[in-house]
Design a protein around this ligand. Structure first.
Ligand code: CP
Length: 324
């Protein structure tokens, strides 16, 4: 019996989405199914032969219009671990610079026979546009301030791996929420699984529609910190901030950085997360980022596992759609 058949019989769940555009619309069952699928791939990276033939003969394109270290390389690695061919597309050296549109770029790539597109774009909704323009599976690798679904999934997968139950878990997302697609994906998924989400930061770094989100807003990190089970520290996205959001970086750090001193007031088993890239000394001190409570590098490892699961599932849905 193949690995695929074993997994399907164990979970009794039929995955039907050939695109992963965000976590907002995913059900609790879908989220749990992704985690269970990831469990099936989690030991692949430890094997002597780090390959499974799950996507053999498939072509995955990394279509990145913004810089990336973790997401791009882990999607490449996930695809190659599943035996897919991987095509790297970098907007800066493409015919985008000559005025070619996103839709035309994707349609030309599709004419070469691609199966799955991983898309990162500065415009919210760009992956959705692609999903309406071409037949390939589309996976959102971060679109504007909108969503970064695989980051949200790997964050939650890491919390689950630490043995925590989501029901009633107190999770704070701290920092530049306004410009964070990571925050939005975490908010939707954590809520679906029963966690209580706090957004912590200065009012100027809160999203304009924060009151419509299923969260509690808090501007005093010191007040809320002792209650928390998980903190997800966000980088200030200086490249996206158009005006002064706070008096100075030093002032911001004094109020909101996770420091060794602050950790003394936190629960001893507080999970410290960060999606990366880190600005050491701004939102988090090095001794905390590299300390015993940190899961930052474990998140990166889990990113490969979660992305293998997502690639496997969207391809399964595409195959089922073709055979229907
Ligand atoms: N967390 C994350 O999206 O990192 P990269 O920008 O390096 O991909």
């Amino acid at each position: 019996m193949s690995q695929e058949q074993i997994k399907d019989e164990e979970t009794q769940f039929i995955w039907t989405r050939k695109h992963l555009l965000g976590l907002r619309d995913l059900s609790k069952e879908e989220l749990l199914h992704i985690f269970e699928t990831a469990d099936g791939f989690s030991d692949l990276s430890q094997r002597t032969v780090k390959k499974a033939p799950v996507l053999r003969g498939k072509l995955v394109v990394n279509l990145f219009f913004e810089d990336s270290t973790r997401t791009r390389s882990s999607f490449s690695l996930a695809a190659s671990r599943l035996s897919a061919d991987v095509m790297e597309f970098t907007a800066k050296s493409s015919s985008i610079s000559k005025g070619e549109t996103l839709r035309d770029t994707a349609r030309n790539l599709e004419a070469m026979g691609i199966d799955i597109v991983i898309c990162r774009h500065s415009a919210g909704g760009a992956p959705h546009l692609l999903s309406e323009s071409i037949n390939a599976c589309i996976v959102n690798a971060g679109d504007g301030y909108h969503e970064h679904p695989t980051q949200g999934l790997l964050d939650l997968y890491t919390i689950r791996e630490m043995g925590r139950s989501f029901e009633g878990l107190k999770v704070a997302i701290v920092g530049d929420i306004a410009h964070s697609r990571v925050a939005r994906s975490n908010i939707w998924a954590l809520n679906k699984l029963g966690a209580k989400v706090f957004l912590v930061g200065p009012p100027t770094l809160m999203p304009s529609a924060a009151s419509q989100l299923p969260v509690t807003i808090c501007h005093d990190f010191d007040e809320i910190l002792p209650e928390l089970d998980v903190v997800n520290m966000l980088r200030i996205q200086f490249e996206r901030i158009k005006s002064h959001a706070f008096p100075s970086v030093r002032e911001y750090s004094r109020m909101f950085a996770l420091t060794g001193k602050r950790m003394e007031r936190a629960k001893s088993d507080l999970i410290v997360m960060h999606p990366g890239p880190i600005n050491r000394g701004v939102e988090i001190e090095s001794n905390v980022a590299d300390g015993p409570n940190s899961t930052i590098l474990r998140q990166v490892t889990n990113g490969v596992t979660i992305r293998m699961a997502v690639l496997y599932l969207v391809n399964q849905a595409a195959v089922a759609e073709r055979e229907a």
